[in-house]
Design a protein around this ligand. Structure first.
Ligand code: MG
Length: 172
């Protein structure tokens, strides 16, 4: 069976952005009250970026930097939901949809617990899956490294893509 017809394909994504003053903190499509926000060309939603990279990675389609370059003025200040929808469209073109996602937020501050479920619901809505298909955890780095010093936030994500037999696929 050619690889592009595999029933399941797995992808991983990683992203990190600096925390700076004068920016909103947006993660998983949710604005989180904090004195700093993530720096970036778009809205700098590192969680959605890591999930997009995992989707694209599962289908060997590169990363969001390739599809949505930060040198393009078109993406300046862009809502990262746009990247997510486009990544899903590219996956659907190849006959795949998301089965489930699991992601970890690495952040020393702020406390993410109050926002985890609303982020899961937002990501699930963007991916067209139930919230039960979106796992999301948050950890501090016990004060170590750039995350521990509060200089930035990092995200790790894994996505399982499943073949949608109702969709017509094209070779990857
Ligand atoms: Mg990013």
């Amino acid at each position: 069976m050619p690889d592009h017809e595999a029933e399941y394909r797995i992808g991983n994504g990683f992203d990190s952005h600096c925390l700076v003053e004068g920016r909103k903190l947006i993660l998983g499509g949710v604005t989180i009250p904090f004195e700093k926000g993530l720096e970036g060309h778009s809205d700098a939603d590192a969680l959605l970026h890591a999930v997009c990279d995992a989707i694209l990675g599962a289908l060997a389609m590169g990363d969001i930097g390739r599809h949505f370059p930060d040198t393009d003025e078109k993406w300046k200040g862009c809502d990262s939901a746009v990247f997510m929808r486009e990544s899903m469209r590219l996956a659907a073109e190849r006959g795949y949809c998301v089965s489930n996602v699991d992601a970890t937020i690495l952040a020393q501050r702020p406390k993410m617990a109050p926002y985890i479920d609303v982020m899961r619901e937002r990501i699930a809505a963007l991916l067209g899956v139930l919230p039960g298909c979106v796992g999301l955890k948050a950890k501090t780095m016990e004060g170590m490294g750039f995350v521990g010093r509060g200089e930035g936030i990092a995200i790790m994500a894994v996505v399982m893509m499943k073949r949608n037999s109702a969709m017509k696929s094209s070779p990857i």
